[in-house]
Design a protein around this ligand. Structure first.
Ligand code: PHE
Length: 454
């Protein structure tokens, strides 16, 4: 306990937490999610979810980590002896996410190299599936390992585990201090370029045009909560782990607000950049913006390369910057995910950090090879679907119900947060966590199950 590692500075912690939050979800998940769920009107449920669930839960997780100073399973166990399983469950979700998140960062690495010569050619879809991923004809048929994916995947793991080997302060903190500011600068350049493209305004109009009627649909609220949870890395044991490295005298509430708003600011920026570019593409093709909107793998690895081909100038440069930003955003998140189970293993089995990185990180790396096989993309879709639809919301729901209602620990946590923070949290915080969040999340789960059964 005494020699638990610590962040070197407040900025170090904030950058690491923001680095975890700002990830692929901000760049490829938020813009299309917002568009499909009411456009400009989506900001209402989104802000509601941020203020009533996202930031309150972030404060709660920061407080648990700071107060109990352990990896998630250990911190939860210290909160209540019977609660260790909650930590392990969340650690397990993180573990699963890490194995496919690493693969996507690896693809971005390959695409950064392709971008130098626009190596994806004209038919970017066929390039992705056939020439790059060598996707198997029959879904689920593992086939062989694809060297083009395997090599960058190994590099991703070497970087990630290398950073973790260096420790919290010299590794994670330093990496985030370099990667995150670099990402923001690169992304600014991308967005400014995007905004000056022909058609950008139409893209933005499509993005911000509010469809107020959609606000009565449950699925829109579900999407807003899902986005906030995934994007802020909450209910994944990550923020508990990171805050367990805070020195005793550290602000909690203010840090949570900075992290939450910083993440959303980046998300908004990504939405503006992506839709400016989509507006440009729609204009080139003479179609409506809604016909070119995509999210996820399709957006980053099919649509973007296609658009980059059509750029008026500096195509290669734009391509390199875009995929570089995916790598940077992805790596800082991946580091946080892997740290979560590395810390869990270390605390539980009382082994050295080095050993737990080799065991935990090594196992994740080996399992991630599944995504370097010819069926990688199929597995990725399946796992991603289950994590997003069941893992995230359920883990968050159980977390608030257990802490607020079963253990009734909100008062003691509030006291702890207020004893160290600039901003004092009042009863609104308990109402958000104890009443609003469980009600909305409960509904979300119910709605999900209902539509999935139908
Ligand atoms: N928050 C990160 C994103 O937006 C992803 C992430 C999810 C990171 C889960 C850690 C855990 O992409």
């Amino acid at each position: 306990m005494e020699n638990r590692p610590q962040w070197g500075s407040r900025a170090g912690f904030i950058l690491a937490a923001a680095g975890s939050a700002i990830g692929l979800g901000n760049i490829w998940r938020f813009p299309s999610t917002a568009f499909q769920n009411g456009g400009g009107a989506f900001f209402l449920p989104y802000l509601f979810a941020l203020l009533t669930a996202g930031i309150p839960l972030l404060i709660m997780e920061f407080t648990i980590g700071h107060k109990f100073r352990g990896s998630a399973p250990l911190s939860y166990a210290r909160l209540n002896r019977k609660l260790e399983w909650l930590g392990w469950w969340q650690v397990a979700i993180s573990f699963i996410i890490s194995i496919y998140y690493a693969a996507i960062v690896a693809w971005a690495m390959s695409y950064t190299v392709f971008a130098f010569k626009l190596g994806w050619g004209e038919n970017t879809e066929s390039f992705l599936y056939n020439d790059y991923l060598h996707i198997a004809k029959t879904p689920g048929e593992i086939g062989s390992l694809v060297p083009g994916v395997l090599i960058p995947l190994i590099i991703v793991w070497v970087i990630t585990l290398g950073v973790l080997f260096k420790g919290v302060k010299k590794g994670i903190e330093v990496a985030n201090k370099i990667f995150l500011p670099t990402l923001i600068v690169i992304f600014m350049v991308i967005v400014i370029r995007a905004l000056t493209l022909d058609g950008a305004v139409e893209g933005l109009n499509a993005f911000f045009k509010p469809n107020w009627d959609m606000l009565t649909e449950g699925k829109v609220w579900v999407a807003a909560y899902g986005q906030i949870f995934f994007s802020l890395s909450i209910a994944f044991a990550i923020m508990v782990t990171y805050s367990s490295y805070l020195p005793k005298k550290s602000d909690i509430t203010n840090n949570a607000f900075i992290t939450g708003f910083g993440n959303s600011a980046f998300e908004l920026l990504a939405g503006i950049g992506v839709f400016s570019v989509l507006g440009f593409m729609a204009q080139q093709q003479g179609v409506g913006v809604d016909e070119v909107v995509k999210g996820g793998v399709g957006l980053a690895f099919v649509v973007f390369p296609q658009i980059i081909n059509q750029f008026p100038a500096f195509n290669e440069l734009f391509g390199v910057l875009f995929f570089l930003s995916l790598i940077l955003a992805g790596l800082t998140s991946l580091i946080s995910i892997v740290e979560t189970f590395v810390a869990g293993v270390q605390d539980k089995f009382n082994v050295s950090r080095t050993k737990s990185i080799m065991i935990g990180g090594g196992l994740a790396a080996v399992l991630s090879l599944l995504f370097a096989t010819q069926s990688g993309l199929f597995f990725l879709d399946v796992v991603d679907y289950f994590i997003n639809n069941f893992g995230v919301a359920l883990a968050g729901l159980v977390e608030v119900i257990v802490v607020a209602w079963v253990l009734r620990e909100l008062n003691s946590l509030q006291k702890h947060a207020n004893s160290v923070s600039d901003i004092i949290i009042g009863s609104w915080w308990k109402v958000c966590l104890g009443v609003v969040t469980p009600l909305v999340l409960g509904y979300m789960m119910f709605d999900n199950i209902r539509t999935n059964i139908k």
